[in-house]
Every structure is written in structure tokens, then in C-alpha cells.
Design a protein around this ligand. Structure first.
Ligand SMILES: Cc1cc2nc3c(=O)[nH]c(=O)nc-3n(C[C@H](O)[C@H](O)[C@H](O)COP(=O)(O)OP(=O)(O)OC[C@H]3O[C@@H](n4cnc5c(N)ncnc54)[C@H](O)[C@@H]3O)c2cc1C
Ligand code: SF4
Length: 509
């Protein structure tokens, strides 16, 4: 069954061949805003989404069902060297469907840096302010009530507080939250004010058509101007049901920082300065678990509500580049991260309810690259030594915070595992294990790869979002960012898509 202006692949037995003013590839944070704004401007707009169209009633809170449903590669995407697990969304609403709803604007220092060092114009603090305000209003962003901080987040609050570290309670885009704790598996209570709930319905009300199960493989162009996109329509199980062809004056790539570049590479777009796919930032994170005497039940309540920014500043050259937040997982996720086998692993899992888990996420300077295999992203990334050292300091800080909050034992799931019984052991800890393949690393915020900037020798798209070499091709997702943001990117991506929309409208008229 399809739902009004949102059509599923299984209802397109012969595939799809249509024309419109603008076709938008991807319906996540960036794509949903682009679709809505362009439709509101009176253009005929088609949004294409390779994943399915799911609704709150589909979110059954089971890890084994929701990971295959909502995540790219069933949640098993990694960098090519298998060192970093990369979680990204798949389906109408993109990664906003399963994200944890933290809302932070792009730091002023980052916007200044992009203007100063990366030739990004018209996107300063004052230029972006109206877009941030609009997006925050649209998504009902509000500060989290400190009384709703759950026990896992309270460990961070107490531990950071005891050490005199900077911490604060975050803002989020939830309304009517039931504190179930299942955010990463989709919200069965429809409390998330995300792309699926807010932007996509507003876009279809404005006249946009959305096709789910529509996988774009390439952008088509002639004589330096886009003509549309091609790909395949699949059914709910991923089987090809027919060809996909959309003819359009303007194409907007918003398939995420990994997939947009892969599609662009597969299309053979001109890339005279070898910039396409480069500059991949992963914002990788590593975790540290503390065992407490009392039950923490970190799976219950708002998963992330407190941050610690003691080790995070955005001054150029700073070695404080780690954002610390809680990172509690459901049982399968926890079991796959906790070290040990057999009886030892079972003992560790028996303390599940008494664990508090923190993650150190690195504002990385290391720069990777997206390649592709038949249009699917392949991620190359290796961490440089200053980044490795900064992440190690972050992980040590996580352990200190856990002890300061009363942990009996702290485990870093390294190979071999590091088990600590007091904060004093941290003073002489050899942290050389903090490296790819030495600790499990994961990334939920890939960015870069089609970065913006006025100089075509250093950027793929201009400050308007339009490709430097191909007219009518725009980018409106996390690919745009010239550096890591050092924090959660959804508000930045929504806001940049809004900020750039007038340029797309002008190109389509
Ligand atoms: C577990 C998790 C928790 C997170 N928590 C937060 C948080 O609390 N706060 C925050 O700010 N950010 C969070 N994020 C990150 C945030 O959700 C993403 O950065 C943001 O949604 C990215 O927006 P985007 O538009 O670039 O891509 P996405 O939102 O990922 O959307 C891209 C869409 O394009 C589709 N697509 C890909 N390839 C194709 C193709 N070939 N054809 C058609 N469609 C395609 C994808 O299926 C996807 O739906 C989290 C991410 C994860 C994984
Ligand atoms: S914690 Fe709130 S937002 Fe998250 S899944 Fe539960 S009800 Fe939804």
C-alpha cells in the first residue's frame, strides 16, 4: 500500500519514468528540507529514497528487526579496513528516524573557520541564524527538562560535576516523549519531531511526490548541465522491480555524506581538481563502561541528555577535540561490544543493568575518502597520530568521570580488554591500544566528501551548493561540510539545506 503522495516500490511494477522541475535524491535531514522548500516555491518536485517508507506502528523495538529495516547494510556498514562501524539511516526520513534527537547548532568557531580557511561565503554566524531559528521552530527544539535526565546521563552529570569538568543538559526535538529509551530503533510513540514526522508531510502537502524504494545509481548530464537521474526501483525485500528514470532541470543530491559522493563518482562527473569524495570526516567514537553497585538501567529513558565539553574547544591547533556523551546500547549492541567469550562474557552481560556507558567522540582532523563499487559507498579512513592521542585522552576522561560518579570497575573494550579498579590506575595507563583495530570504533556522523567553497580547486560545490562544473546539480546534505562539526550534525544539515534552497529555486526557474 502506498500513502497518498508517498509511493512504495512494490506499487511500481514497471519501474518509473517521469519528469519534474527538481529531483531530490535522499529524504533525510537535508533532502526533506530541500523537497519541502522547493515544493513550497511552486516547483514540481520528486523525492527519491532508496529505503522503505515506515511509520511508528512499524517500529517494534526489536534490535534484530529494526537494524535491517532502518539502517544501511542492516547496521553492518564499516570502513573498508573494518576498523570503524558506520551507522547511517535508510528509509523515508533518513537517519533522523533512528537518531537520538540531540540538537546543537554549528559552532560559531566552525562557521568562522569555513569562511576563513575554506572559502565558504554567505554562511557566517549571522547569515545562518534565521535558518537555525526556523528549523528549531519547525522541529519544536527545546531544552531537555533536567528532571528527565536518566541514571546513565546522571552518571555523566555527577562525575563531570565532581571533577569540575564543563557539562550541560542538551536540547532535543521530542514532544510527548514516553521515556521508553528506544530512540535508536525508531519511535513507536511518534514523539520525535523529525524529517519523517514534520518535513516530509509538509513537503507532500505542498505538492511534492516521494518515491520510496527508489535507488539512484547515477546523475545524468549533457554538456555540463544535469538532465536527471537513473537507477532502479526495488521492492520491500530489495529485489529490483524495474528501471528508474527521472528527467529534471535540477538535481539535488542529499543521500548523505557517503552516498552522495558515491553516486557522483559513479556518474563520472567532471572532477578536474580531484576533490570529489575527499575530505571524509567520521567523528569516530570509542566507549568505556563503568559497573556500579546500584542499577543504572541505562536502556530506559532519554538515551542522551547530558554532554561534557571539558575536552572540546574549536580553536585552531587545539588538542582538546573530544565530545563526551552517554552511549547506552540495547542488549544485542551491548553484547557485541563487551569483551570476552563464554562464561566470562555471560558474567559481563549479567551486570547489564548496573552498567553506565560513555563515549568519547573525536572532532577529527584525519581525512578519509569515499570511493564506490557500482555506486555503493566504500569508505577509506585512517586516523592520524594527533587524532589518536586526542581520542585516548578522551577515553581516559570518560573513565575518570565514571570513577568520580562511583563506578566499582571500568572496562574499555580494547583488544585485550582494559579493566580498571580505580582512577589512580589511569595515571600510568599506556593508551597505545587506542587506535583502529585496538578498540571498537563507531561513527554515526560522517561528513565532508563534496565540500562547499568558492574555489573550485579546493571544493566540489560553490557556496550556493551548486556543483562547480555541472550546472543544475546541487548538494544539500552532510557532504557539504569542509570539516567535522565536533558535535551532532542534524540541525546544521537541516539549516544548510534551508539556507541554500533559494539558490536551487533560482536555478530551477
Ligand atoms: C544512531 C544515530 C544517532 C544519531 N543521533 C543524532 C543526534 O542525536 N543528533 C544529531 O544531530 N545527529 C544525530 N545523528 C546523525 C544525523 O541523524 C545525521 O547526521 C543526519 O540525519 C544526516 O543527514 P543527511 O541528510 O546528510 O543524510 P541522512 O539523514 O542519512 O539521509 C540520507 C538518505 O538518503 C538515502 N539514500 C542513500 N543512498 C541513496 C540512493 N542511492 N538513492 C536514493 N536514496 C539514497 C538514504 O537511504 C537516507 O534515507 C545520529 C545518527 C545515527 C546513525
Ligand atoms: S525515548 Fe521518547 S523519543 Fe525516544 S523512542 Fe521513547 S518515546 Fe520515542
Amino acid at each position: 500500500m502506498s500513502d497518498g503522495a508517498i509511493v512504495r516500490g512494490r506499487d511500481l511494477e514497471r519501474g518509473l519514468d517521469v519528469a519534474c522541475d527538481v529531483v531530490v535524491v535522499g529524504t533525510g535531514a537535508g533532502g526533506s528540507v530541500a523537497i519541502r522548500e522547493l515544493a513550497r516555491a511552486g516547483l514540481s518536485v520528486i523525492g527519491l529514497e532508496e529505503g522503505g517508507y515506515h511509520q511508528p506502528r512499524d517500529f517494534n523495538q526489536r534490535e534484530e528487526a529494526m537494524f535491517p529495516l532502518l539502517f544501511q547494510d542492516g547496521g553492518g556498514r564499516t570502513t573498508k579496513d573494518l576498523a570503524i562501524r558506520v551507522l547511517q539511516g535508510r528509509g523515508v526520513g533518513g537517519s533522523t528516524v533512528h537518531n537520538t534527537n540531540l540538537c546543537k547548532r554549528t559552532p560559531d568557531a566552525i562557521l568562522d573557520l569555513w569562511a576563513r580557511r575554506y572559502g565558504v561565503s554567505g554562511a557566517g554566524v549571522r547569515d545562518l541564524a534565521p535558518s537555525f531559528e526556523r528549523i528549531e521552530r519547525d522541529l519544536s527544539v527545546s531544552p531537555i527538562d533536567p528532571r528527565l535526565v536518566n541514571a546513565n546521563n546522571d552518571v555523566l552529570r555527577r562525575g563531570a560535576g565532581a571533577l569540575g569538568y564543563a557539562w550541560s543538559v542538551l536540547s532535543h526535538n521530542r514532544v510527548g516523549c514516553q521515556l521508553s529509551g528506544f530512540c535508536e530503533l525508531g519511535c513507536a510513540y511518534d514523539a520525535k519531531q523529525n524529517a519523517l514526522k514534520v518535513m516530509i508531510p509538509e513537503a507532500t502537502r505542498a505538492g511534492a511526490r516521494i518515491y520510496a524504494d527508489a535507488r539512484v545509481v547515477r546523475v545524468t548530464y549533457i554538456a555540463g548541465r544535469v538532465t536527471g537521474v537513473e537507477g532502479v526501483i526495488v521492492d520491500g525485500a530489495g529485489e529490483v522491480v524495474g528501471p528508474l528514470r527521472v528527467r529534471a532541470k535540477v538535481v539535488v543530491l542529499a543521500a548523505s555524506a557517503t552516498a552522495s559522493a558515491a553516486i557522483a563518482l559513479r556518474s563520472g562527473l567532471p572532477d578536474p581538481h580531484f576533490q570529489l569524495g575527499k575530505g571524509l570526516r567520521m567523528h569516530p567514537g570509542a566507549v568505556c563502561a563503568g559497573r556500579f553497585d546500584q542499577e543504572i538501567d541505562g536502556h530506559h529513558g532519554i538515551p542522551q541528555s547530558v554532554e561534557c565539553t571539558e575536552l572540546l574547544d574549536f580553536d585552531e591547533g587545539s588538542d582538546k577535540r573530544v565530545w563526551i556523551i552517554p552511549a547506552f546500547a540495547h542488549p544485542i549492541g551491548t553484547a557485541s561490544t563487551l569483551p570476552g567469550f563464554g562464561a566470562r562474557h555471560m558474567r559481563a552481560m549479567r551486570s547489564y543493568r548496573n552498567l553506565a556507558v560513555l563515549t568519547a567522540m573525536l572532532h577529527d582532523h584525519s581525512s578519509g575518502e569515499v570511493d564506490h563499487e557500482d555506486g555503493r559507498p566504500v569508505l577509506h579512513y585512517s586516523m592520524n597520530e594527533p587524532d589518536r592521542a586526542a581520542l585516548a585522552r578522551g577515553l581516559v576522561a570518560c573513565a575518570r568521570i565514571l570513577f568520580a560518579a562511583g563506578a566499582r570497575e571500568v572496562t574499555i573494550p580494547a583488544i585485550p580488554p582494559v579493566r580498571l579498579e580505580s582512577a589512580r590506575e589511569l595515571d600510568r595507563l599506556d593508551t597505545s591500544f587506542v587506535r583502529p583495530h585496538g578498540v571498537p570504533l563507531s561513527a554515526v556522523h560522517p561528513m565532508g566528501t563534496m565540500r562547499m567553497g568558492d574555489d573550485p580547486r579546493r571544493a566540489v560545490v560553490g557556496s550556493t551548493g551548486e556543483h562547480h562544473q555541472v550546472k543544475g546539480l546541487f548538494v544539500a546534505d552532510g557532504s557539504l561540510f569542509p570539516t567535522s562539526l565536533g558535535g551532532p550534525p542534524q540541525i546544521s544539515i537541516y539549516a544548510f539545506a534551508l539556507h541554500l534552497a533559494p539558490h536551487v529555486v533560482a536555478a530551477a526557474r
